[in-house]
Design a binder for this molecule. Structure first.
Ligand SMILES: [Fe+2]
Length: 295
């Protein structure tokens, strides 16, 4: 097995490792160290793993989360929906970390490309670790003591989950608008590395400063966090297996709805997630299970 940097800022590509065979202890140690340091691993040309094989590999990097109350440990990100589809359709997704509006953001997410055809969308990634380090010192000092409100809109008022607006009160209704205040300078839960834990999709306001100031500070953050020079765009190929740290990296994608009359592309990605307590999360966000099932 061999590792090479995936981007100058984060990630490693893993070469000469077949996930269909057992992984030696030495390789497992090296993979875990690379994941802790680089926050993302890419393995190309892998055979289609079984659901259990995918979950087994992901479990090298943390506890695998149930995706549904029936205990299922896989979900699907696909425009060919089935009963376990978590992220449906072809619409774009703004930058986010999964479940950052709860106390239990996922620790990690792994996707394997099972079926692809036509022109779908790349998944893009930005590093919250790089962004914190890249902030000008004066801005770092200003942001360090602040908290940030992450919120998703489950009211049905918006077609999207999550509304990038600060129109809500400090403590909106938890069932309709599940939300969580997080430290803006988030220590990584495993390594303590400082992360800029705000995202464009779900982070609606900074606490402890007037609204105008909150807006201005968020507008100062986004161009640093999403600087195109430091974004990685992953163009999916069948057999790709990607795993990333959901605290240290954010993700999003462009809309890939076909033009009228054009054939729809096929994009079937299997997902295995790390680290959240799904049952507690559904108790805290009762509309989550319903919203996912309805998709
Ligand atoms: Fe996501």
């Amino acid at each position: 097995m061999r590792l090479s940097p995936l981007t100058p800022d984060f990630g490693y590509e893993v070469h000469d490792l077949d996930l269909g065979s057992s992984i030696s202890n030495a390789d497992a140690d090296a993979l875990q160290a690379a994941f802790a340091k680089g926050h993302m691993l890419l393995l190309r040309n892998q055979q289609a793993l079984s659901d259990a094989g995918h979950a087994d590999f992901a479990s090298l990097f943390g506890p695998v989360t149930e995706e549904y109350l029936d205990g299922s440990k896989v979900a699907w990100v696909t425009n060919r929906p089935n009963t376990k589809t978590t992220v449906p359709g072809e619409a774009g997704l703004h930058w986010h970390s999964d479940y950052s509006f709860t106390e239990w953001p996922l620790r990690g997410i792994s996707l394997q490309a099972m079926e692809l055809s036509g022109k779908s969308a790349a998944t893009r990634f930005a590093s919250t670790a790089r962004a914190w380090a890249a902030l000008p010192q004066a801005l770092q000092a200003e942001l360090e003591p602040l908290e940030v409100l992450h919120l998703a809109d489950f009211s049905g008022a918006s077609a999207e989950l999550g509304v990038p607006t600060d129109r809500f009160d400090d403590e909106p209704d938890q069932e309709l608008y599940p939300h969580k205040w997080h430290p803006l300078k988030m220590p990584h839960p495993r390594t303590g590395e400082p992360l800029l834990f705000a995202n464009e999709f779900l982070s609606i306001r900074l606490g402890g400063v007037p609204r105008e100031k909150s807006r201005a500070l968020l507008q100062a953050i986004w161009p640093i966090l999403y600087d195109p020079a430091h974004v990685y765009e992953h163009d999916w190929r069948e057999g790709d297996l990607l795993i990333w740290d959901n605290f240290a990296l954010q993700h999003g994608r462009d809309d890939f709805t076909p033009e009228p009359g054009e054939p729809s592309p096929v994009r079937v990605l299997r997902r295995v997630s790390l680290g959240a307590d799904y049952e507690r999360m559904v108790q805290s966000v009762p509309r989550l299970a319903g919203a996912l099932a309805a998709m």
